[in-house]
Design a protein around this ligand. Structure first.
Ligand SMILES: [Mg+2]
Length: 209
């Protein structure tokens, strides 16, 4: 067992694409399949600037709102559409009995904390590191180091779990963490491979055994 387990939030502990689809069903109920594909590409799993995303959305769907207003409202709106996946809360609860468990996530404090509450994880994990509250975001090594200092452990005795090769896995690996990549897209060939690949979060159980 690792001395500490650090977990990304979006697309690691819940399906962000499903949350975007639920958001769209409420906010843009007229979308056809092509619109929905366009929307997901435009969002790029949350990796594009929120203002660029909102600007493109307002233009394509001729929304009666300003792009900057949508860009700042979207994160909390999306958070309100996050849903628990079967078994995830129970799995994190088992883990939190055995070792230190912390979340390391990029986003606003309000949105990320709402997601944790909706997932039933806010009272389960031992620490939460949110870029919007700390003023440092992944892939900046400082946010990983802060989390590590909190744990009091060496990186080599800890695992970092995330879906983003560039923001989660590469910086964690550079600091010496064992890495577990929650597979979503293809692994970028230019990056050294993660220590472990997780087809689902349930696969983390074996990695941590
Ligand atoms: Mg993520």
């Amino acid at each position: 067992m690792f001395r500490a387990v650090f977990l990304d939030l979006d697309d690691t502990l819940f399906d962000r694409t499903a949350a975007v689809q639920r958001w769209a069903a409420t906010m843009l109920p007229e979308l056809d399949e092509a619109d929905e594909r366009w929307l997901l590409a435009c969002d790029a799993r949350g990796r594009r600037s929120r203002l660029d995303f909102a600007t493109d959305l307002v233009a394509r769907f001729e929304l009666p709102t300003r792009a900057d207003v949508l860009a700042s409202a979207f994160p909390l709106q999306l958070a309100s559409h996050v849903e628990r996946e079967a078994g995830v809360r129970e799995q994190i609860a088992r883990l939190a009995i055995q070792t230190r468990v912390a979340i390391v996530t990029n986003g606003s404090g309000a949105a990320q904390r709402m997601k944790l509450r909706r997932l039933g994880l806010d009272q389960l994990v031992h620490a939460v590191f949110i870029s919007g509250e700390l003023g440092i975001a992944k892939p900046d090594p400082e946010i990983f180091q802060r989390a590590l200092r909190w744990s009091g452990q060496a990186a080599t005795d800890c695992v970092f779990v995330g879906d983003d090769p560039v923001n989660d896995i590469a910086p964690a690996a550079a600091l010496g963490f064992v890495t577990a990549w929650r597979e979503r897209d293809a692994w970028p060939s230019e990056l050294p491979p993660p220590t472990h690949r997780l087809a689902s979060l349930a696969a983390l159980e074996q990695v941590c055994a």
